[in-house]
Design a protein around this ligand. Structure first.
Ligand code: FAD
Ligand code: E1W
Length: 470
């Protein structure tokens, strides 16, 4: 679809960061005929292999896929994705329970390998005409002169830009430079919990040691593990745990679980079914980095028509809804749309982009924090389980009105802020209807149906895996 735009501006964009958001944005705008250059501080992952940094694999959901379709990347990405139908919960007492995420196999999520995903996106961006520069770190920006200074092996270079996009992640250099020119209202809330990645290898004949098509969760109150499948038959396990444990309450922490032997002891005691699946646990624990978790809030994402932030650079969040990348991709689709519609007035485009996306980023940041508490603490609670059971029944009875919040976030394209609002109305309804009940057999279904109709207007569109504009 190149050169379709009616806008007349110079349609040049300089993107900092060739991670997930940077690569997708480059593809989206290069396809629309923009002149796009991308500067990345690391080497080209397609040449020298992907450097181990953050999480190995990620859950891709419908919002992310919508943007990938627009970027012409959905096919290449899905070719290497593993379907996850539901969460497999591994309880303390050894019971396991597979809980479907959606109504059927059209409502699933996908495990993708971060490195391979990044490589595929870079190929697509480059083929669409974007120019990629690796081993080039953004050092500083002069927003008055509209020049950026980069460092590489040969020294430092200055380059002129028209509009600068910060797709450079949670530690964004673009954000730091913007904050020198104007106040962004930056606040960071650290969670006080961190994570460590471990690996479950394949069986001797290359098979999966636990259910392949699921996201595994071991909830343990204040801490937990999850595992996502990889195409080679491995699983990447992530242990989430407080920085400081509470020994009196039998809560472990990274302060006391410091070496491989202590990690093994923790797994043998609290994750006895997982422990034998991770033969190199001691090694993984000692060699893989410990990642910290937090939420980054800004009041402002753009500077005149000169610079704008997307993805983690604008709104890093805790990973517990699996939406950081999905939200970043949705940002990119929105920014590309606004820029292309008002290419001759970037200031207006960037302001419109922020107006659309900032309230939604706040909403998913909030839901991601709530999901951590829910998963760690509530999966075993009787009131909670009754509410979940009613939620499923109401979703079947009123598919156009009652859509579980997880589904609104994961399988739909409606704004996150709307998912949060409707989710709150639905939660009130579930609490009211189940108050004092032991089982759903005691429920007054006529009252339930009436309340759903009274409080929840039909959603604009139904289940829409395919979306126009792709
Ligand atoms: P990044 O992917 O961090 O990319 C930033 C890029 O900018 C990097 O390549 C970096 O090298 C480059 N860069 C940085 N500084 C400079 C500079 N000065 N000059 C040039 N280049 C620079 N999200 C999901 O949707 N699903 C999940 O299941 C999921 N699981 C997660 C699990 C964990 C443990 C964590 C921590 C996060 C998870 N996320 C998940 C969130 C997801 O990883 C992020 O939201 C996503 O990577 C954000 O993409 P980004 O492009 O904004 O930033
Ligand atoms: C998903 C890192 C990560 C990624 C995820 C999810 C979770 C727990 C985590 C949320 C979820 C996919 N979730 N909630 N219940 N089951 N899964 O849906 O991405 Cl920790």
């Amino acid at each position: 679809m190149p050169n379709e735009s009616s806008a007349s501006g110079d349609r040049r964009l300089t993107i900092i960061g060739a991670g997930l958001a940077g690569a997708v944005l480059a593809a989206l705008l290069a396809r629309r005929g923009w002149q796009v250059e991308v500067h990345e501080m690391r080497g080209d992952p397609r040449r020298q292999g992907y450097e181990r940094g953050r999480s190995i694999n990620l859950a891709l959901a419908e919002r992310g896929r919508g943007a990938l379709r627009e970027a012409g990347a959905d096919g290449a990405v899905m070719a290497q994705a593993i379907m996850m139908r539901g969460r497999m919960v591994h309880f303390d007492d050894g019971r396991v329970d597979l809980q479907r995420y959606g109504l059927d196999d059209s409502e699933v999520i996908w495990s993708v390998h971060r490195g391979r995903l990044n490589q595929a996106l870079l190929d697509i961006a480059e083929r669409a005409g974007a120019r990629l520069y690796f081993d080039r770190k953004l050092e500083s920006v002069d927003f008055e002169a509209k020049t950026a200074t980069f460092s590489d092996a040969g020294g430092t270079h200055e380059a002129a830009f028209s509009t600068l996009v910060g797709a450079d992640g949670a530690g964004s250099a673009v954000r730091r430079e913007m904050a020198r020119a104007t106040s962004l209202g930056e606040r960071t809330r650290m969670l006080g919990h961190s994570y460590k990645e471990l690996e479950i290898p394949p069986t001797a004949d290359g098979g999966f040691r636990i259910e392949k098509n699921a996201l595994h969760i071991w909830p343990r109150g204040r801490f937990m593990c999850i595992a996502l499948p990889n195409t080679e038959g491995t699983f990447t396990v992530t242990l989430f745990m407080p920085n400081e444990g509470d020994p009196a309450a039998d809560v472990p922490g990274f302060d006391r679980v410091r070496d491989g032997a202590q990690a093994r002891a923790l797994f043998q005691r609290r994750f006895p079914d997982a422990s034998p699946l991770i033969p190199r646990l001691e090694h993984d624990f000692e060699h893989n980095p410990t990642g910290s978790l937090g939420t980054l809030y800004l009041d402002r994402w753009h500077l005149d028509g000169r610079a704008v932030l997307v993805g983690d650079a604008a709104h890093a969040m805790v990973p517990f809804h699996g939406q950081g990348m999905n939200c970043a991709f949705e940002d990119c689709a929105a920014l590309a749309r606004h820029l292309d519609a008002a290419g001759d007035d970037p200031a207006r485009a960037l302001a419109a982009y922020q107006d659309e996306r900032l309230p939604n980023a706040r909403a998913i940041q909030h839901m991601a924090l709530e999901n951590y508490l829910e998963m760690r603490d509530r999966v075993d609670d009787a009131d909670y389980l009754l509410q979940r059971a009613l939620e499923i029944r109401l979703a079947h009875r009123h598919p156009d009105r009652f859509v579980p919040r997880y589904s609104m976030v994961t399988f739909r394209h409606l704004p996150y802020a709307l998912a949060l609002m409707r989710g709150n109305l639905q939660r009130e309804l579930l609490v009211e209807l189940t108050a004092g009940l032991e089982s759903l057999e005691q429920l007054d279904w006529d009252r339930a149906d009436a309340l759903v109709h009274e409080r929840l207007a039909p959603l604009p569109s139904g289940r829409v895996p395919e979306r126009a504009g792709s």
